[in-house]
Design a protein around this ligand. Structure first.
Ligand SMILES: Cc1ncc(COP(=O)(O)O)c(C=O)c1O
Length: 389
């Protein structure tokens, strides 16, 4: 049985052409970029070429690009690195400063703010309206004289909604407040210009755009006055010590370039497939809530909530049929609690446990839509049948 992978928000397969490029780097450039000899210089050149390529793709300066081991690490560096100067009092207390984030964030940002709260930092959690889109007016009301950082993600990893990050930056910049955005789900899927967004810190992760796992990118302005959170050999201008992962860095640059080259065409193709999927589900599967409608979302993501079934049960049954989706966010799956984002959005209790995220990608084609809808119809029918028996 052919499997049908519809979980591209969780991760994407490495593109074969990226793998080939990475293998070539493994084979021909094993040097340490910090070594002064030729092997080292070759590896260093590969890193710097990748940095320039990524900077160009994201409309940033090469000096603003910092390589990390993941999106999670890039978020940690952005948040703790930007606030380091306030956290280094003898009592390690963040007393006296205020930061703002949202209930929408991925745990890779959310848990940084929970940690800051424990360090004494005053954190405002912006509410998530029913739309799944943060209200700039809520942010404006939350701003204070001692607000130092605002962090709001660019595209949500569960429901796919796009957040008004440029408007948030426009509000914060004149007040001297730093803005971070976790753009892990957005980069490679929708156009992202670091300059036009006007943020100070932006996080990406290569495995979401058909690049290697274990390679994150943080873009940071000089204004952010970032300080390191890892201490060691001083690589990445002292901001992220440890020997660079040269093949992955090269792979990330190649993958991003390829993703942006086909972005316009792919996003049009995938949003048409996504809309077709939504229509077919509405037609063939009763009692389904389309969680987000009427708001801008990622082109390849459809989030639904099914009444009277558990999303996890649907996921496992679909898995038996070779169909792979996510019950909410893969990264926070495995918990019986309904997703915090759906709770914050106030989703009807009858539907909230039946959450399903279907995310399309490069290998999704028109013939996959009826196959998925048929599998979903059968699964939901069976599970609801068991309930009423
Ligand atoms: C929005 C968002 N931020 C951060 C991450 C974490 O990225 P990584 O897996 O590279 O640590 C993810 C992963 O799913 C994500 O969706």
């Amino acid at each position: 049985m052919d499997t049908l992978y519809l979980d591209y928000c969780a991760t994407t397969p490495l593109r074969p052409e990226v793998l080939r490029e990475m293998v070539s780097v493994y084979e021909t450039q094993f040097g340490n970029p910090s070594s002064l000899h030729e092997e080292g210089r070759k590896a260093k050149q590969t890193v710097e070429l990748a940095r320039a390529r990524i900077a160009q793709c994201l409309d940033a300066k090469p000096t603003e690009v910092i390589f990390t081991s993941s999106g999670t690490e890039a978020n940690n560096l952005a948040i703790f690195g930007a606030l380091a100067e306030y956290l280094q009092t003898p009592t390690a207390s963040g007393d006296g400063i205020h930061v703002i984030t949202s209930e929408l964030e991925h745990p890779a940002a959310k848990n940084c703010f929970r940690r800051l709260e424990r360090l004494g930092v005053d954190v405002t959690w912006l509410p998530v309206p029913e739309s799944g889109v943060i209200r700039v007016s809520d942010l404006e009301k939350a701003l204070r004289d001692n607000t130092k950082l605002v962090s709001v993600m660019m595209a949500n990893n569960e429901v796919g909604t796009l957040q008004p990050v440029a408007d948030i930056a426009a509000l914060c910049r004149p007040r001297g407040i730093l803005v971070h955005t976790d753009a892990v789900q957005a980069v490679g899927k929708i156009p992202v210009s670091f300059r036009q967004l006007g943020v100070d810190l932006l996080t990406c992760s290569a495995h979401k755009f058909y690049g290697p796992k274990g390679l994150g990118i943080l873009i940071a302005t000089r204004r952010a006055k970032l300080q390191p959170i890892l201490f060691g050999g001083g690589q990445e201008r002292g901001l992220r010590s440890s020997t660079e992962n040269v093949p992955a860095i090269h792979g990330a640059a190649v993958a991003l370039d390829l993703a942006l080259g086909e972005l316009a065409q792919e996003s049009k193709r995938l949003s048409a497939l996504r809309d077709q999927l939504a229509d077919e589900i509405a037609l063939h599967v009763p009692d389904v809530l389309h969680t987000v409608s009427g708001w801008p979302t990622l082109p390849h993501v459809l989030h639904i909530c099914l009444a009277d079934v558990l999303g996890e049960a649907v996921l496992l049954e679909l898995d038996r049929m070779g169909v792979h989706v996510s019950a909410g966010s893969a990264c926070s799956a495995g918990t019986a609690e309904p997703s915090a984002v759906l709770q914050a959005m106030g989703v009807d209790p009858r539907y909230i446990h039946g959450s399903l995220r279907i995310s399309l990608g490069r290998e999704t084609h028109a013939e996959d839509i009826p196959r998925f809808v048929q599998a979903l119809h059968t699964t939901v029918h069976q599970l609801r049948g068991k309930l009423t028996r």
